[in-house]
Every structure is written in C-alpha cells, then in structure tokens.
Design a protein around this ligand. Structure first.
Ligand code: SF4
Length: 245
C-alpha cells in the first residue's frame, strides 16, 4: 500500500517545475526553502520560484573560497528580485581551518574540507526545515541520474524537491535567455559548473561539464546530494508543522 507521499511522488514526475514549486509552497509554507550554489540552474529556479512566491526563502553556502564573480552574482540577484539570500558559513574561518588541519586541506583531503565548509553548515540549516528545493538535474552526474522530482533525503532527514530533475542544459539556457535571468559570467568562459576557487577550473573542448570540479582528485560531489532510497514516510508526518502556517 502506497503512502500519500508516494502517490504524490508518482504524480510529481508528470508535473512541470512550476507545478511542483507551487505544491511545495502550498504544502510546506515557511518550512520549505530553496538552496542554490549560484549555478545557472539555481538561477533558473530562483527566478521561477520568485514568480510564484516573491517571499521565498533562499540560502547558499558561502565557503569563503568562492569566485569574486559568484559574490557579485549574489548581490545582483538580491537587487533584481528584492530578496535576501541567507549565507551559510562554516564554524571555522579559513585561518582557523589552516591552524587546525594544516594548509591546503582542499588538495589533501577535499572530502573533509567540503564537510567542514559545505555539508555541516547545510546540515544545521536543513534541521530547521521540512523540505528543501534544489536545482540538480539527472543528466549532470551519474550520482544524480536516479533522482526523482520528490525524494526522501535520508542523509538530512527531510524532503528534497528537484523541480529541474528532467531538464536538459539546453532548456536551462533557453529559460535564462527568455526570462533575462542573471547568471555567473564565468559560465561564458568555459566554467559550466562553478564551486570554490581552489577546486574549479575551466573545461576544455570535449570535456564533461563537471570535469572542472575537483579535477584530478577523483571526486564528483561535495556530499550534499547522495542517491536516495525509494521509500517515503507518510505525508502527514512531514507537513505537521507546515500545516499550522
Ligand atoms: S570545493 Fe574545495 S575548497 Fe570548497 S569546500 Fe570543497 S574541498 Fe574545500
């Protein structure tokens, strides 16, 4: 017997990104937020979500190692949409990290560096929510290929909503053009995927779009997005708090 949420999960596969966002805002109210790493997909989702709910909650992880163009994009997005992007920081400053773990942790142990600067700040934020919206797409990496539009995120213990799961890169680009969405100018300089300065390089012709992330380190994900189990808890358990809003 399927739970209510499993039924919604099946239905959601045929919903548009806008329909899924509308469902998320109506169901979870103040307890759903949009996460973005300021990549081009995240900008599409920000624009789309803002058109549906101008008071949307949005956050990004600021590792202290981002490109100047990324910080500038945050300011431009805030100005264009009249929103405030909450920035999540690590417990350790870069200087404290170097004192505790030595210089260049990202080159010696990028998993630990990402855990300190990305995963743990996100874990603290997600503990305050019932659902989060992310801009990942199935065609980005093998690890993301099985993501559903609606997922139980067992790692962080809440619902993960992926409205762009079935979008192509071309569709993303078309949306950006059609809606005049702000984006990182590094995308036009052969940086299809942008993270920290220490771990991102431009890609060469013919390389995979994410080949410039953790190049040569055998790492493809920062640990925020892991494969999801198929089973979902009952919907009523998940919307208890949100239903009060
Ligand atoms: S992407 Fe690199 S610099 Fe950024 S948190 Fe991860 S390992 Fe550290």
């Amino acid at each position: 017997m399927k739970t209510d949420l499993e039924r919604v999960q099946i239905l959601a596969e045929n919903w548009s990104a806008e329909q899924l966002l509308s469902w998320a805002f109506a169901t979870y109210g103040e307890n759903v937020a949009l996460a973005t790493g300021m990549g081009i997909e995240g900008m599409v989702l920000t624009d789309m979500a803002w058109r549906i709910n101008p008071s949307l909650k949005i956050f990004t992880g600021d590792t202290d190692f981002l490109f100047p163009e990324t910080y500038d994009l945050m300011d431009r997005v805030e100005a264009k949409y009249g929103i405030k992007i909450e920035r999540l920081y690590a417990d350790l400053t870069p200087e404290e990290q170097e004192r505790e773990h030595g210089p260049g942790l990202w080159a010696r142990d990028p998993d630990q560096c990402c855990s300190i600067r990305k995963v743990e700040p996100l874990r603290r934020k997600l503990a305050t929510l019932d659902a989060w919206v992310t801009a990942i797409r199935r065609s980005q990496t093998p690890e993301r290929a099985s993501v559903r539009k609606l997922n139980w995120d067992a790692k962080f213990g809440l619902l993960k909503i992926c409205p762009l799961a079935d979008w192509t890169r071309e569709r993303v680009s078309t949306y950006v053009f059609d809606h005049d969405v702000p984006y990182n100018p590094l995308h036009d300089r052969n940086y299809p995927s942008i993270g920290c300065t220490h771990c991102t390089r431009a890609v060469q012709p013919g390389e995979d779009a994410r080949a410039g992330r953790w190049s040569g380190l055998g790492k493809t994900e920062c640990g925020l997005h892991t494969p999801e189990p198929a089973s979902l808890p009952p919907l009523v358990q998940l919307v208890g708090a949100a239903g009060d809003d």
